[in-house]
Design a protein. Structure first.
Length: 473
């Protein structure tokens, strides 16, 4: 395995040289940058294991650089150095998520120790401990309702805060999200956090029920109601009475049954097929769909009155690419699940307490972090499970991850807008690298005028000067 890569950023070139020599003696691969802008340019070429940056620099300072890094590379550990260290600086830096804060002159061994710790944590070696602590804190604070949702993402925490508030009411909830993001976990969390938590949670995928059986499945039927009805049977509404009914992929329900569903919700009663008697119902409805129901209403594929009946509150689960800081946590969790559920558990791969000892190498984890994940969390689980089955070694190498990702390429096509943005970004970076940040030359190669080219650079937060600084070093 190649030695870990450390990016050093400091406008003091003499100090850069001294730190580089020391780190190379400890078998680190060192890359240097003399400014924040050149560091950002370097990150587009190669993502290191750790970044060590000075706080006080001309132009873009260390905190501004860290803000850029946190947005695009959320799990890259950053160690901050400064000759002007104060307690407020350290508090601000660590509060923002900086891994460590050292004041110049610093002890070289302390820096090496911090770098080694950052590398260990960045690849998920300590994730299990973090996960256990989080689960313990959830139980201690009475948040068992969300214990199955693993996250350290700010955007997910905001969603869960909204979820808890919504759960206390009895309104209908519409969950909109991409496939594979974990909508069933969220809907169960709503139920567990609600006053209905002691009653039944009943879930059904609307695409799995043929139109001819919808009425029987939802409302039930009496004995002899139709050919094959040898006994009476409760429907989903009656089974969920007093609890929660989760309708997955509601957007695929036929217009005919949409009318019957609306009538049941408005009258709060159902009539089983073959019966002349109605049954009162008290259920909380949660729906989910990967479609935009408002667009389906405009197209005449979904009833407007039912849409407003179901869309009292809307929750949106972010795709995995928008919560990349959760990838190591989820990957480790799926790895443990795979070891515990497969026949490949052995004393060589499982600890004395039943904890799987395999983990991903730094290169493998960086590949997981940078993948596009069109299939979201479901695809990540599939990739991890493939790696766990194929690799028997304590460390799962990058080659196993790449092979598993290639096998998953066809799971779902990347949305056009996302694919276009990703292509544009990579294309612009490549042009700026080739031209050394010369905008006139780059725009000419791209077949665009300078004004259009600058708009593209601003759209993707790229600065040509950063590439000129990189070339000059």
């Amino acid at each position: 395995m190649n030695s870990p890569v450390v990016l050093l950023v400091d406008d003091d070139e003499a100090l850069l040289t001294l730190m580089s020599i020391r780190l190379r003696r400890h078998d680190f691969t060192v890359v240097t940058a003399t400014s924040g802008k050149s560091a950002l340019a370097q990150l587009t070429k190669q993502l290191p294991h750790v970044m060590v940056t000075d706080l006080q620099m001309q132009g873009m300072d260390g905190m501004a650089l860290y803000d850029h890094v946190k947005n695009r590379f959320p799990l890259l550990p950053v160690i901050m150095l400064t000759a002007h260290g104060t307690i407020p600086d350290a508090v601000l830096a660590t509060k923002e998520g900086v891994f460590a804060f050292l004041t110049k002159p610093f002890d070289g061994d302390t820096l090496i120790s911090h770098i080694q710790d950052a590398i260990t944590i960045s690849v998920g070696a300590s994730i299990n401990e973090v996960s256990i602590n989080r689960d313990s804190s959830k139980k201690a604070s009475g948040e068992v309702w969300r214990a199955d949702i693993l996250t350290r993402s700010d955007v997910m925490e905001k969603l869960l805060a909204d979820t808890k508030m919504v759960a206390q009411s009895d309104v209908s909830v519409l969950v909109q999200c991409d496939s594979g993001t974990g909508k069933e976990l969220l809907t169960k969390a709503i139920h567990k956090a609600s006053p209905r938590c002691d009653a039944e949670f009943v879930g059904v995928n609307c695409t799995a029920i043929p139109d001819a059986l919808f009425e029987s499945e939802f409302f039930g039927h009496t004995k002899g109601a139709f050919s094959g009805a040898s006994t009476s049977r409760k429907g989903l509404f009656e089974m969920a009475n007093g609890g929660t009914l989760f309708l997955d992929e509601i957007g695929d329900m036929s217009l005919e049954f949409q009318a019957k569903l609306l009538r049941a919700l408005e009258e709060r009663e159902i009539r089983p097929v073959g019966s002349s008697q109605t049954i009162p119902i008290d259920v909380r409805i949660i729906c989910a769909t990967h479609q935009r129901l408002d667009k389906a209403v405009e197209a005449g594929r979904f009833r407007e009155d039912l849409y407003y009946r179901l869309h009292v509150v809307s929750l949106e689960i972010p795709p995995l690419r928008e919560r990349r800081e959760d990838i190591p946590l989820l990957a480790h969790h799926f790895l443990q699940d795979s070891f515990h559920s497969s026949q490949h558990n052995s004393k060589a791969s499982v600890g004395i307490e039943g904890e799987a000892k395999s983990r991903f190498t730094p290169e493998a984890m960086r590949t997981l972090m940078s993948a596009s994940w069109p299939g979201n969390v479901r695809q990540l689980r599939n990739v991890v499970e493939q790696c766990a089955v194929l690799c028997r070694a304590p460390l799962i190498a990058n080659s196993f991850v790449q092979r598993a990702l290639q096998h998953n390429v066809g799971e779902k096509i990347t949305p056009f807008a996302q694919a276009r943005d990703e292509f544009e970004y990579d294309y612009l970076v490549d042009l700026l690298q080739q031209t050394g940040g010369n905008v006139t030359h780059a725009a000419k190669l791209a077949g665009r005028n300078r004004s259009e080219f600058y708009k593209l650079l601003n759209k993707h937060h790229l600065e040509a000067t950063a590439f000129r600084a990189l070339i000059s070093e």
